[in-house]
Design a protein around this ligand. Sequence first.
Ligand code: NAD
Length: 472
Amino acid sequence: MFEQVAHFIGGQPVAEGKIFPAYDPVTGVVVRQVHEADRSVVDRAVAAARQAAPGWAALPVAERARWMRRLADGIEARFDDLVAVEIADTGKPVEQTRTLDIPRGAANFRAFAEIAAQRPDSAFHLPGVLSYTVRRPMGVVAVVVPWNLPFLLMTWKLGPALVAGNTVVVKPSENTPGSAALLAEICADIGLPPGVLNVVHGYGPAGQLLVEHEGVDAVTFTGSTRTGATIMKSVADRVKPVSFELGGKNAGLVFADVDLDKAVDGCVRSVFTNGGQVCLCTERLYVERLIFEEFCARLAERAGSVTPQPMISAEHREKVLSYYELAKSEGAQIHTGGGVPQFGDARDGGYFVEPTVISGLPATSRVNTEEIFGPICHVTPFDTEAEAVALANDSDYGLAATVWTSNLDRAHRVAQRLEAGLVWVNTWYLRDLRTPFGGVKLSGIGREGGTQSLDFYSEPTTITIKLEQPDE
Ligand code: NAD
């Protein structure tokens, strides 16, 4: 499906622009030929979104919420196709794609339909004065997303942006164009008004043309901190609102009072899920010295039996392997992994690396300070709770952290001191879509989730009326 991927503009496929290849990360074989958006394609996509904006914004929110539910129904009707497309682009395991990525796409539309429809308006009364607030959509929103959870992250932005009354132009990652192309087809099938959702494909320059476009009113971006900073500079002159979900260098703190089996289980998930290619994955583990040796041995043993998952591209694999080499050259102890697995089949053409556990490097090593985004973690011992918190907070990033302890007081105490937007205790990646999601420091600006998303995708106007009192 989608051997040729076209843009989607004004409800129509648009097969224009140079062609570039997208690869299957499991085998390295080309799976799609994708059209790359140039300035004229981006102009037309933004124009289509602008044209559709007034009509879409004028619909009652309950009507837009109905469209969101139809989109969710459309996703469920094409469930198997979406699973197949996402797997071909990302090399994800079938189970993960069927139980998480694609169902969450439908859930994102349903959740925001619900939240928006139930959101109360606010009004404030003083004697003789009534103030109330109306919220208006921003207009046209540019949605730029990465490759690691393509469908999940795209729909996480589209649900609230659309239900709040905006029209959108989406730029999926060049590595994973398939599920956005299929969502466009679903929009056409359900008869979503043309121009409400548009998709343009391409590399960074296509994204840059989109976010800079004078017809775009706001930018929502998930991706690397470096790209976020570039986008921020390029929209600064027009002072466009931005919502950024960026990189992480997430810490996990393991205290000796914990149930070790559960902690090791949890850390295996938080380090190696999706080959470590989830922004929430743990790359720095701090383990109380009393259990350090045993923890490392058990984590390494479990990591050795994790089925390797491919990195998204040859380029990304090179980046991850460069950290493996750096760790070795700096004298790290390699508990397991550190290389490229050999399968003896077609997967040897893919982009795999071994799940890897290391220790022994200083906090200042780039292995401990930079986001690697692969199946690797560095484990450091600590002696006191205060030291553990200080080590975890010693990072430019602040997206997520995990705490593993059986001590309830400690759990609250530590969680409240960690400089991160999200802290999990004795679990990881458990999400309620109504809660704020996002990071501090270099990990982002703003929060997504629940009413926080709706706040970003709309602007309040406060109306204050003086109420004259009749003469008594
Ligand atoms: P990336 O920044 O390289 O690319 C993300 C998107 O931006 C892609 O669609 C890309 O084509 C586009 N882009 C690149 N340059 C651009 C520019 N100058 N202007 C506009 N668009 C541009 O990120 P990636 O490698 O695709 O994704 C991995 C990164 O995403 C990691 O750093 C990860 O932590 C982060 N991420 C963060 C979250 C979160 O919620 N905080 C979630 C998932 C991924």
